[in-house]
Design a protein around this ligand. Structure first.
Ligand SMILES: *Cc1c(COP(=O)(O)O)cnc(C)c1O
Length: 440
């Protein structure tokens, strides 16, 4: 995480749009709008496909980062497989044309009493048991079949605590000391454990990922049919101008040598899987918003630029204190000269709608260096390709959901999800008859 002070944040730059394209997007699709870059998405996949591995590796794109159909199609067309966090994500991916056998579901909620989940498993969906209860329910429904098991390795790591999904404070996965219970269930239902899985957090440190992987290798010795170790997602990304670069080939190389050692000891060649969400889409997406107001709270106070986006499009700064580069573009589609240090406020009528929180601390403000803007100019919020459109405070203040636009590899822009209409927003509301009459 970058360390910023009020006096020396870096001036951020556009990651993939040109200033003229920002204006083009705003004038063509309106604001706010999400824009994704197909070329960057494809380049991220290619980068991970080239990672070193001992006996091959599979990339599963984590759908929850950005589950838009066109985005799913890009990954599917590249042979990428998928990680789903709910049955609904599975259904969305299948509707987008993904074969169920290409999806591994690792979910907090897995309802075997529903019609959807058992049917999808019969069609080939792979199931990763995230608890002993899930493993038992799966076993009852599908005795004698293959299954994956998610382990909580006893520790985790993430950008912030809320993004850490391993260790005693995390409810995810089967606690590493409960392997005997796993074995008993596996025996009772004649299951075959083929995959062991960990996901220790988002934005984890590689020096925590490796011990987690090693814990899986220890457990794999007890399960003779395990042939896949899945390391989950959470791979760090360079976001802010002053963030370091992360070299993912370093841990991959170390893991590969561990897997070779495992092979020497056991004769078994384990395939590696990884489930990146953030890494593949975050920097490949941006929000184009319009400046709607500029206010000041006096000489001792702050300068605020308000935009027509906010919690309804991007929750991360106020939920995690996560930094996002913000770049100003004039209404003419040019980069303006630098203005004063500025806080950026969203359009929701709630005090917490702030985009410039201090990294890791949602209660504090952290002004940023920004080009000079007046109402009618644009702000681009970078790193918005993951966990923004899919994880916003959608429809708060009744703002309709913003559209999603894709910049194709030939440089053209195409709409991949329309702006929500007010009719769609209210479509499911019902008014009891006696309340329909206007007051006298
Ligand atoms: C969320 C999640 C991921 C993706 O995490 P990123 O931080 O976006 O890479 C991968 N696997 C599982 C099981 C997850 O829950």
């Amino acid at each position: 995480m970058s360390v910023q002070s009020d006096t020396s944040p870096a001036l951020e730059q556009l990651k993939f749009l040109s200033p003229a394209e920002v204006r083009h997007v705003a004038e063509t699709f309106g604001t706010p709008a999400f824009v994704y870059d197909e070329e960057r998405i494809r380049a991220g996949v290619a980068q991970l496909q080239q990672l070193p591995s001992a006996y091959g590796h599979t990339i599963r794109y984590s759908l929850k980062a950005s589950p838009s159909a066109a985005v799913i199609r890009i990954f599917d067309s590249m042979g990428v497989e998928f990680d789903a966090s709910s049955v609904w994500e599975v259904i969305r991916a299948v509707r987008a044309g993904v074969a169920p056998e290409k999806i591994l579901m690792t979910a907090q909620e897995a309802d075997f009493g529903s019609t959807e989940l058992p049917e999808l498993i019969r069609q080939g969906l792979k199931f990763d048991a995230g608890s002993l209860q899930q493993l038992a329910e799966y076993g009852q429904a599908f005795p004698g079949t293959e299954v994956s098991v998610r382990i909580n390795p006893g520790f985790g790591s993430g950008l912030v605590r809320r993004l850490t999904s391993g260790g005693p404070d995390s409810s995810f996965g089967i606690w590493h000391e409960q392997v005997a219970e796993v074995k008993a269930l596996v025996e009772r239902y004649s299951l075959t454990v083929v995959r062991l899985h960990v996901h220790i957090g988002s934005g984890h440190h590689a020096d925590v990922l490796l011990p987690a992987a090693r814990r899986l290798l220890e457990i794999a010795k007890d399960f003779a049919d395990v042939h896949v170790v899945d390391l989950g997602g959470g791979y760090r990304l360079t976001v802010m101008a002053d963030d370091p670069e992360y070299d993912h080939s370093e841990w991959a190389e170390e893991l590969a040598s561990d897997l070779r050692l495992f092979q020497e000891e056991t004769g078994r060649e384990l395939h590696m899987e990884m489930e990146p969400g953030t890494f593949l889409v975050a920097n490949a997406g941006a929000i184009v918003a319009k400046v709607i107001d500029v206010v000041s709270t006096g000489d001792e106070g702050r300068r605020f630029v308000k935009i027509n986006a906010g919690l309804t499009e991007i929750l991360r700064p106020s939920y995690y204190g996560s930094p996002h580069p913000v770049v100003a573009v004039t209404r003419k589609g040019e980069l303006p000269p630098e203005g004063p240090l500025t806080c950026v406020a969203g359009h929701c009528c709630i005090a917490g709608d702030m985009l410039t929180t201090r990294p890791g601390s949602v209660e504090e403000l952290s002004p940023v260096r920004l080009g000079e803007v007046t109402p009618g100019d644009y702000l681009v919020i970078e790193r918005s390709g993951g966990y923004c459109a899919s994880m916003s405070m959608k429809n708060f203040n009744s703002y309709p959901e913003a559209p999603e636009v894709l910049r194709r590899t030939d440089g053209t822009f195409t709409l991949i999800r329309s702006r929500q209409t007010i009719d769609q927003l209210t479509a499911n509301e019902l008014i009891p008859d006696d309340l329909r009459k206007a007051s006298a």
